[in-house]
Design a protein around this ligand. Structure first.
Ligand code: SF4
Ligand code: SF4
Length: 314
């Protein structure tokens, strides 16, 4: 099925397959980071209900999507979090949890790292710098120290340790209105600094571009830098990267079961095909054949070295 890009009207894309289903378990988060494209935080109340979880799981049982990514907010705060992981693992699908790390120290989270290890969950964890002041400026005071403490706990269980089979990925995003640097060089810097300073290890670093939406857009507007940032993105695009944009192999399901082409379209309330429909209203073939909704925010995925849930695109 051909997908036509509206903003970049000369570009034509083909959706390939659905390899990843990203499930947003709710907007509640123990943090309120200044770059959050969902504007998630402790005051949000939206949470995926047990009934919706049940319907999503039934869909997964009858449709072979190989990887399920749990996200939010902080997905761990959904009361059905562990049950979802158990059931997804029981049907032999890979589970990835996108975690902010600090949530591991919230009440009720005791034993969660061991649970992850027991279920071979891959962890993709935010750590936007190896320096304390930069992390705390973006994510809140004290976040760096807690994040490092959480990584130490995970390392002790084998996460990030070569040969353990337990994968720990860290995520960098810029601390302002600029694009990420080279992913491989930054990964080397992280590896050296975190090992020397804290004795901690990880598998790989993903660099992600800040999307000009949600709380980051508000911050850009407050600083009078919104237009400047949009121009930076536009001036840096590489159209070839659209051929590997994550929306070509991923779908995003909201806390209420509504389905989107990606996390960013969900944040912008742009449902798949322009119609509000739930996951279980679609067959996988229909999803593959439904054109992706593209907009100005898509420049964020193809600017510079590109950006996706698994980091740079080239
Ligand atoms: S960026 Fe992540 S950790 Fe920060 S508020 Fe948003 S969901 Fe929470
Ligand atoms: S924001 Fe990125 S992933 Fe989402 S539709 Fe646009 S190009 Fe695709």
């Amino acid at each position: 099925m051909k997908i036509y890009c509206q903003e970049l009207s000369t570009v034509e894309l083909t959706r390939k397959s659905i390899d990843v289903l990203q499930l947003n378990l709710g907007m509640v988060c123990n943090q309120a980071c200044i770059h959050c494209h969902y504007s998630a935080g402790p005051k949000r109340t939206e949470v995926m209900s047990a009934e919706t979880c049940k319907k999503v799981l039934a869909y997964l049982e009858s449709n072979n999507i190989p990887t399920i990514e749990l996200t939010g907010g902080a997905p761990e705060l959904n009361p059905n979090f562990k049950d979802i992981i158990r059931r997804v693992r029981a049907i032999d699908r890979k589970v990835v949890v996108r975690s902010n790390l600090t949530v591991l120290f919230e009440d009720g989270m005791e034993g969660l790292p061991q649970f992850h290890a027991d279920n071979s969950v891959d962890l993709v964890c935010s750590l936007p710098c190896y320096l304390e002041q930069n992390v705390d400026a973006q994510r809140g005071e004290g976040v760096y120290r807690k994040s490092i403490a959480a990584i130490k706990v995970l390392n002790e269980l084998g996460y990030g340790v070569e040969g353990s089979g337990l994968n720990l990925y860290l995520v960098y995003n810029p601390g302002g209105a600029f694009l990420p640097g080279d992913q491989a060089s930054l990964e080397n810097d992280y590896r050296r600094n975190l090992k020397e300073t804290h004795g901690i290890v990880f598998n790989h670093l993903y660099t992600i571009t800040n999307m000009p939406i949600g709380r980051f857009a508000k911050q850009l507007n407050a600083l009078g830098k919104y237009d400047e940032y949009i121009n930076l993105l536009k001036d840096s695009i590489n159209l070839d990267l659209l051929n590997c944009a994550m929306c070509l192999s991923l779908i995003s399901v909201g806390w209420d079961g509504l389905i989107y082409d990606c996390d960013f379209n969900q944040a912008l309330n742009l449902p798949i095909g322009g119609r509000q429909r739930k996951l279980w209203d679609f067959s996988l073939d229909e999803i593959i054949e439904t054109p992706v909704i593209l907009g100005g925010h898509c420049y964020g995925c193809i600017a510079g070295r590109g950006s996706s849930c698994t980091g740079a695109l080239n």
